[in-house]
Design a protein around this ligand. Structure first.
Ligand code: NAD
Length: 434
């Protein structure tokens, strides 16, 4: 079986490299030729631990090749993993234009049986539309199947998630499609959860919305903690000890960001509403999340009153640690609001600064990019922690205090212990605890 991977972004690149590493013959293609050129040279355009090494290994052993020509890739492949982006439209629904475009191209190049696998996150019923599109536009009488195999990788640990999956969800109809996918994932066959296609598509949106709901839930509880003497970290620990709840995704803070949760929550709302359902539970998840940014700005103002001409160290720009991805990162909205207040910002992130620079170019004294957290903290009137990078947990806090103009820390991710910060002489503001 020859596998074509269409779209070599975060998901497609990991999928292409991962499938090649399982021993399959894989061709990766993308409409952005530069991505394909880089990948062919063994360069990964994104920061993802371990990915570049495994890419090079599989380029060398011949399992993986890249081709900018989508039509050629389709004709040369038996299985096509569709990994294109499905961004959010204005009304909250998922934009399926790229999936439709790829489906039409597959139809026009259907030179024999092909299995088309949806890896992109798509609304339930998408397989119906892909099948209809291919049937409408195909020229010959070649047959095909559509299957769903949603991706659950987490940026920052994407490769190990692919290579050590907790589950492989497959939605397929025909025996042939099921058997081919079982063969592709043979190494993990005890992890396969086989369902029909609608179920598989819905598992992805339901999973992401549920995880986002946990985050919004604990953020709501953190608001309650702030009005009382409760400590949200201890509430979360106490809740998490119950195996029915689990301790993951119960971290109060600035809310969720990234390329998936915000859009997937809104897409699920739209899917449900289009089917006539009351989606207020899921809507509230989004509404609570949106309020986190203004709450954080209010917290900074509680510490500093007026922000105009204040020097602020902004620490952490990526939407979460161990990635350079800034799509829907809370840092972006926070920077915008602080700029409106005419504060001077010194920004630092271990990996994401270059991406943020494209949105907010260096413009001293308004925007400055520091080479280290310590450099960002020099003469700062306050330190703002936005992303919980491990590097920040290890900062020498005595040194931090000496470097700053005023030892004021506003911690949007509860990285530090309030008692210890006070002991060290910091004025410390955090989320849902005192
Ligand atoms: P991405 O934007 O990083 O990558 C998508 C790629 O598809 C881009 O490189 C784009 O150029 C390419 N593309 C678009 N149309 C094309 C076409 N017609 N032909 C060839 N290439 C084309 O997006 P991503 O983060 O990899 O996400 C892809 C899908 O996977 C989305 O549906 C997303 O919701 C889902 N997903 C993402 C993650 C994640 O953590 N990023 C995790 C799970 C699922």
């Amino acid at each position: 079986m020859k596998i074509g991977v269409i779209g070599t972004g975060y998901v497609g690149m990991v999928t292409a490299v991962g499938l090649a590493d399982l021993g399959h013959q894989v061709i990766g293609t993308d409409k952005v030729t530069e991505k394909i050129e880089k990948a062919s040279r063994g360069e990964v355009p994104i920061y993802e631990p371990g990915l570049e090494e495994l890419l090079n290994k599989n380029l060398k052993n011949g399992n993986l090749t890249f081709d900018p020509d989508l039509e050629k890739t389709i004709r040369a492949s038996d299985v096509l993993f569709v990994c294109v982006n499905t961004p959010q439209r204005k009304d909250g629904s998922a934009d399926m234009t790229f999936v439709e475009g790829v489906s039409r191209c597959i139809a026009e190049n259907l030179n024999g049986y092909k299995l088309i696998v949806e890896k992109s996150t798509v609304p339930v019923r998408t397989s119906f539309w892909i099948k209809r599109t291919i049937s409408l536009y195909k020229k010959g009488d070649s047959s095909f199947d559509v299957a769903s195999n949603p991706e659950f990788l987490r940026e920052g640990s994407a490769l190990s998630d692919f290579l050590n999956p907790e589950r492989i969800v497959i939605g397929a109809e025909s025996e042939k499609a099921k058997n081919w996918l079982i063969k592709i994932y043979e190494k993990y066959k005890d992890k396969i959860h086989m369902t029909n296609i609608d179920t598989s598509e819905l598992i992805k949106h339901a999973s992401n919305s549920f995880l986002a709901m946990k985050i919004s839930f604990i953020n709501l509880i953190s608001d309650l903690c702030e009005k009382t003497d409760a400590d949200v970290e201890l509430v979360a620990q106490g809740m998490g000890l119950d195996s029915r709840i689990g301790k993951q995704f119960l971290r109060a803070g600035l809310g969720y960001g990234g390329s998936c949760f915000p859009k997937d929550v809104r897409a699920l709302v739209k899917i449900g509403e289009d089917l006539g359902l009351d989606m207020s539970l899921v809507k509230a998840v989004d509404q609570i999340n949106k309020k986190r940014i203004q709450k954080f700005i209010n917290l900074i103002k509680k510490a500093l009153w007026i922000l105009t001409n204040k020097r602020l160290a902004v620490l952490g720009l990526a939407f979460k640690p161990r990635t350079d991805d800034i799509r829907n990162a809370p840092s972006i909205d926070i920077i915008r609001k602080l700029m409106e207040e005419e504060a001077y910002l010194s920004l630092y992130d271990p990996e994401a600064a270059e991406n943020v620079k494209k949105l907010f170019p260096e413009d001293p004294p308004n925007i400055h990019y520091a080479k280290s957290a310590y450099q960002a903290l020099e003469k700062a009137n306050a330190a703002l922690f936005i992303t919980e990078w491990e590097e920040f947990e290890k900062l020498d806090l005595k040194k931090v205090k000496k470097l700053m103009d005023k030892p004021i820390v506003v911690d949007g991710r509860n990285i530090f212990e309030p008692d210890k910060m006070k002991e060290l002489g910091f004025e410390y503001y955090c989320i849902g605890r005192k």
